[in-house]
Design a protein around this ligand. Sequence first.
Ligand code: ATP
Ligand code: MG
Ligand code: FE
Length: 345
Amino acid sequence: MRVLGIETSCDETGVAVYDTVLRGAAALRAQALYSQIALHAEYGGVVPELASRDHVRKLVPLIRETLAQAGMTPADLDGVAYTAGPGLVGALLVGAGVARSLAWALEIPAIGVHHMEGHLLAPLIEDDPPAPPFVALLVSGGHTQLVAVEAIGSYRLLGETLDDAAGEAFDKTAKMMGLPYPGGPQLAALAEQGTPGAYRFSRPMTDRPGLDFSFSGLKTQVLLAWRDSDQSDATRADIARGFEDAVVETLAIKCARALDAAGSNTLVVAGGVGANRRLRERLTTMCAQRGGRACFPRPALCTDNGAMIAFAGALRLDAGQHDDASVRAVPRWDMATLSPLVPAR
Ligand code: ATP
Ligand code: MG
Ligand code: FE
């Protein structure tokens, strides 16, 4: 089954084709991504109305480009998957409207995908994918969650952030130190040049039991350290390194705890912060020491993309699920309410 995936939940227009007949990473036949970062940069954050309008401009050309890359025509498609939520309602409606129209015109099924299920399943696109049960760490711009994955579609929340998401903490900390929007990846690059241990920040909520996170206090610690420093380039890099180490160590401690709680040794990591090199190294080591393994998607599939939506939708469509003909946009949507996937064959 060849499924077109469409992602428009925020500021990235992503399109991909996934073919369920093929195996491993080769099943991802083609993908294209357009990032609106430049459009929103001058406002220091995403402007929802501008995001919707840009999706309108870019989506159909990207679908054409992706199909051409795959050597396919629309008639070769067997299904369409689109991000139905959570996300910005206007942006979601663009993807949902185009996906639904296409499915209707081609007389093929369409399905609305949960954006975070897309992120969570992205590591399974890669070769040698892990099989449930496992624990997932979702670390993105809007979410920091530990999830027990009993089966595909069966998600139990083990813990989550009580305030800022990990990616949000990266972005806000970068902004405080004068880095341009969106600062997360730039802060991480700067941390590479910093001296380890020059600044040490606390590992929030690791001194008590539980699997929840809190990153807003860390942000304040960085703000005070930066304010009281000489604000030189070298100091900025040292503080970036101290901040990154604190986030990475906090996530590693909670992941180990979550694996203990779930009785598992397999950790799946997804979402934009999953692209962070130091986090990947730390979690890989932690899991190896337990005799298990940490699985990540390639960095480009950590941040928003169409491939994860094509893949998550393809699994459900292939199992015989699809939505009715309505255009569905669900700005707030709890992943625990999803239905487990029961394969058709
Ligand atoms: P959500 O998926 O929760 O709705 P989102 O889609 O905006 O949020 P993603 O696209 O998954 O989030 O990830 C973007 C986030 O990842 C940003 O906060 C960005 O700063 C962060 N990020 C990307 N690369 C890195 C990196 N190398 N190190 C740290 N953070 C990173
Ligand atoms: Mg984004
Ligand atoms: Fe995302």
